[in-house]
Design a protein around this ligand. Structure first.
Ligand code: NDP
Length: 386
């Protein structure tokens, strides 16, 4: 690996990454993964486009980082990944984001985030970063396995993805009655009986959403008390269409071409039974989308990126992490946005320390970067410059 000069604040704090401080389960685990650098062999990075800031991900963290770095005149390039907008794109009402007293739909909120970042010149691009080489600066990135990009700093905001139970038939019937997104698929189950697994806020929210369509919603939880917030629990308890099945796990999913039922096991008695439902919604949490950083960045046992306390610095100077890829504790839109802001400020300061801030763009360049409809907040013209 090439040598990388440590910025002064990193040297001071280098032995105290966030993960080391808190619980034992959060300790960084020594990586057994050696990054496969052969994927970079066929690309000539000498001719690759180079940016001061590349942001990976466009949930609240990535788009807030984009807004702040754009306003700092760092001309950020943002790769949107496979799920532009992130998890909020599959959420209905967001009632806990300050500034929206009436609540706002998740996709509408993300459209506003995007428009605001674009207004200040963030260059939002389709494409997924599929490999990184953090061995020296500028960092090398591959987009969609085919486009080489160089970056002086990288802000990782790749978020997290839904977890599944890990049953063979669950995987086989994914999309045929098995889903991890009630908002996306709930309407297919009009008048039918469905089940949802999980005891957290997501399970409550999705169960409530499903009652708009399904005739009955079984909420299956492996314990006899919920993890969800009290307000969400109360809403679910009050809804007559939701039937709780406690101390129970789903051990199999029935159905040839589509889901016809579930095999359940009582966790206390071991007794097994069948439940006839035509849909299974899995709402058991998320895992961070950090696979491509294995071997480069310090990750905890669950795969979350470890950062310095009260900062977004990772173990590689110039690489910053924010949002759900880094935060396993709060995982809220507001905290993701907040850490996105931190990452942008950390990146800006770090670039300045390295003397890597480019000349500011001219007024004209700045104004042609994007145009936004002032009434609707929608982007009406894509960026004209990078
Ligand atoms: P959580 O981690 O909070 O809950 C996951 C649930 O799934 C737990 O009840 C857990 O059981 C259960 N579970 C985990 N693994 C399995 C398994 N293999 N088999 C069966 N059950 C399993 O995740 P959520 O997605 O619900 O929430 C994540 C975060 O997002 C939370 O902080 C939440 O507050 C927040 N959120 C907030 C919302 C809002 O405010 N509107 C909406 C949605 C999420 P156990 O309890 O036994 O561990």
């Amino acid at each position: 690996m090439g040598s990388i000069r440590m910025p002064p604040h990193w040297e001071r704090q280098n032995d105290s990454l966030n993960c080391r401080l808190v619980l034992i389960m959060l300790k960084p685990v020594p990586s057994t993964v050696t990054p496969d650098l052969s994927v970079f062999d066929r690309f000539n990075f000498e001719e690759a486009e180079k940016h001061q800031v590349v942001i990976i991900g466009t949930g609240p963290a990535g788009l807030t980082a984009a807004l702040y770095t754009a306003r700092a005149n760092l001309a950020p390039v943002v790769f949107q990944g496979v799920n532009p907008g992130g998890q909020l794109m599959t959420t209905t009402d967001v009632e806990n984001f300050p500034g929206f007293p009436e609540g706002i739909l998740g996709p509408d909120m993300m459209q506003r985030f995007e428009a605001q970042a674009a207004r200040f010149g963030a260059d939002l691009r389709y494409g997924t970063v599929t490999a990184v080489d953090f061995s020296g600066r500028p960092f090398k990135l591959l987009v969609d396995d085919e486009k080489p990009v160089l970056a002086e700093t990288v802000i990782i905001a790749t978020g997290a993805s839904a977890k599944y139970l890990g049953l063979p038939n669950e995987r086989r019937l994914l999309g045929y009655g098995v889903s991890a997104c009630a908002t996306c698929d709930g309407a297919f189950f009009r008048g039918q009986e469905v089940a949802i697994v999980g005891g957290g806020d997501t399970a409550m929210e999705e169960a409530l959403f499903l009652t708009r369509f399904a005739s009955k919603v079984y909420l299956i939880h492996r314990r006899n008390e919920l993890r969800a917030s009290k307000i969400m629990q109360e809403r679910a308890f009050k809804n007559e269409k939701i039937h709780f099945i406690w101390n129970t796990e789903v051990v199999d999913v029935h159905g040839e071409k589509e889901v016809t039922g579930l095999r359940l096991k009582n966790t206390e008695t071991g007794e097994e039974s069948d439940l006839l439902v035509s849909g299974l919604f899995v709402a058991i949490g998320h895992k961070p989308n950090t696979e491509i950083f294995e071997g480069w960045l310090e990750l905890d046992a669950q795969g979350y990126i470890c950062t310095h306390p009260s900062s977004t610095h990772t173990n590689i100077p110039g690489v910053f992490a924010c949002g759900d890829a880094q935060d396993h504790v709060y995982r809220q839109a507001i905290t993701a946005a907040a850490t996105g802001c931190m990452a942008a400020i950390d990146a800006e300061r770090w670039l300045a320390e390295q003397d890597l801030i480019d000349e500011p763009r001219t007024e004209t360049e700045y104004h042609v970067a994007a145009a936004v409809d002032s009434d609707t907040g929608k982007v009406i013209k894509e960026n004209a410059i990078g």
